[in-house]
Write a protein that binds this ligand. Structure first.
Ligand code: URA
Length: 238
């Protein structure tokens, strides 16, 4: 069991690692910042969007443009603010011209998302739109039109969460008729947050500790050095 402080520190380390990421050469070459995520490091509710747009790329914070304003408004309508939740995207870097994330990019980036989920330990994970929903449900053939507003318990990495797919706020900006549906789905979030947390799977057995020989100690210490330093203001961590 890690304390909140340990999880927060590990999250910051993942953030620093992601800030220097070059796994997707095109995105690394064209981005201004890495929009890792923002909010409260041990939030009960986490939102997962698609990828940063132009504003997010500039500020290094997810959902600060038009879709973000709608997200803030919908949160306000259920009595929450951005400081009560944690907001991330499937991709941490902006795809040029806001094109769709490529399968290879999703593959390269998903480890950051899974580590965020493991460290933040949300009870409810609200996926915004198709990309996040398909990735976290591991089912590329079932889309948001069928799944929105239906919560289900899912084991993601080592933890069970309530997964709650809803439409992406940007879709509601383009297609106004979706706004009512999005609002109705959003209004169920307090009810989901009030439920008991889902039963957790048995943790894997700890392996027997191996005592390192002296040369290995040096290697381990060297591996701990994080080369890239990123400004933590971008993390917007509460
Ligand atoms: N759309 C997203 O999916 N994420 C953002 O951060 C902004 C717009």
């Amino acid at each position: 069991m890690r304390s909140v402080e340990q999880r927060r520190d590990e999250l910051k380390a993942v953030y620093r690692e992601a800030s220097g990421c070059t796994r997707c050469p095109q995105l690394a070459a064209t981005r201004q910042t890495v929009a890792f995520g923002s909010g409260t490091a041990d939030a009960d509710l986490m939102f997962v969007g698609e990828a940063p747009g132009a504003n997010e790329d500039k500020q290094g914070v997810p959902f600060v443009g038009q879709a973000g304003k709608l997200l803030d408004q919908l949160l306000g309508e259920i009595g929450l603010t951005r400081a009560d939740v944690f907001v991330v995207n499937v991709l941490k870097c902006r795809p040029p011209g806001n094109r769709d994330p490529l399968p290879q990019e999703i593959d390269n980036c998903q480890d950051y998302l899974f580590r965020q989920l493991e460290l933040i330990e949300p009870r409810v994970v609200c996926t915004l739109g198709n990309f996040a929903t398909k990735l976290l449900r591991k089912d590329p053939s079932t889309g948001i039109t069928k799944l929105h507003g239906r919560e289900e318990e899912r084991v993601i990495g080592p933890r069970a969460v309530r997964l709650y797919p809803i439409y992406h706020p940007a879709a509601a900006l383009y297609t106004r008729s979706l706004l009512d549906t999005l609002r109705a789905d959003f209004s169920r979030l307090p009810e989901l947050l009030a439920l008991d947390p889902p039963a957790q799977p048995e943790p894997p057995r700890e392996p027997e500790p191996v005592v390192p020989v002296p040369e290995q100690v040096e290697e381990i210490e060297a591996a701990r050095v994080i080369e890239h330093e990123a400004p933590e203001t971008q993390l917007g961590l509460f």
